[in-house]
Write a protein that binds this ligand. Structure first.
Ligand code: ADP
Ligand code: MG
Length: 227
């Protein structure tokens, strides 16, 4: 008898409404999704359709109005804030369009941060390896203002992957980069995800990048459909 696999991502009847005294914004209206471990999935959809909202819920950065979110068999909706923080630190990597690096920290310190928070005794060694994996060993001691957009996003990718998360969430990671740099950054991201056999959920407008994902979904009118 085979043991049924626990899905990496399982969303059911997921709804999110942003409250407002006159005009509450109903963004997600019953999202269903199931991804197996190692799946790579692209989420497409017009601006304002709720892609970032969906990723924020998956990343435990915001709470749904109703519905279920299960990641690696754990129920995110019922987790306490400290529980969520700990789950995120152990299992999730998140990459944003705007990089969101700590501006006063060097590239190396940015990459080491999640490991330092987790009190990993090998934080600095692993952070050096992480920066080397994205080709930035020569930028260890530079702060974000001294880095190009592409370099900044590579640091952010190194930071997202340094603790070896099983799920990577990426919200238009090439959205702030020129075509050539965006392509280089995405090639790197896909290679690292493949090597680690991580599950990827990628929000992108770019058909070239969505084509490299094993599965494609469209977010439209608050629901996910096959693209
Ligand atoms: P996308 O990433 O697909 O462009 P978003 O998830 O950022 O879309 O936004 C979806 C909708 O929700 C938009 O109409 C946006 O204005 C609204 N929205 C996003 N965040 C908030 C918020 N914190 N409060 C109120 N409305 C929000
Ligand atoms: Mg967005």
């Amino acid at each position: 008898m085979s043991i049924p696999e626990i899905p990496a991502v399982s969303l059911s009847a997921l709804c999110k409404t942003y409250p407002h005294s006159e005009d509450p914004v109903e963004v997600l209206k019953g999202v269903e999704l199931e991804l197996a471990e190692g799946d790579t999935a692209a989420v497409l959809g017009p601006s304002g359709s709720g892609k970032s909202t969906l990723l924020a819920l998956l990343g435990g950065l915001d709470r749904p109005t109703s519905g279920q979110i299960s990641l690696l068999g754990e129920d995110l909706v019922r987790m306490s804030e400290p529980g969520l923080a700990s789950f995120r630190a152990r299992n999730l990597g998140i990459v944003f369009q705007q990089f969101h690096l700590m501006s006063h920290m060097t590239a190396l310190e940015n990459v080491a941060l999640p490991l330092e928070i987790a009190r990993d005794p090998r934080a600095w060694e692993k952070a050096r390896k992480g920066l080397s994996d994205v080709g930035l060993s020569h930028r260890e001691n530079h702060v974000p203002a001294e880095l190009s957009g592409g370099e900044s996003q590579r640091v952010a990718i190194a930071r997202a992957l340094v603790a070896e998360p099983r799920i990577l969430l990426a919200d238009e990671p090439s959205g702030n980069l020129d075509v050539h740099t965006g392509r280089q950054v995405m090639e790197l991201l896909f290679r690292l995800v493949r090597e680690r056999r991580a599950t990827l959920l990628l929000v992108t407008h770019n058909p070239e990048f969505s084509a490299q994902c094993g599965r494609r979904f469209n977010l439209e009118d608050g629901r996910l459909g096959n693209a």
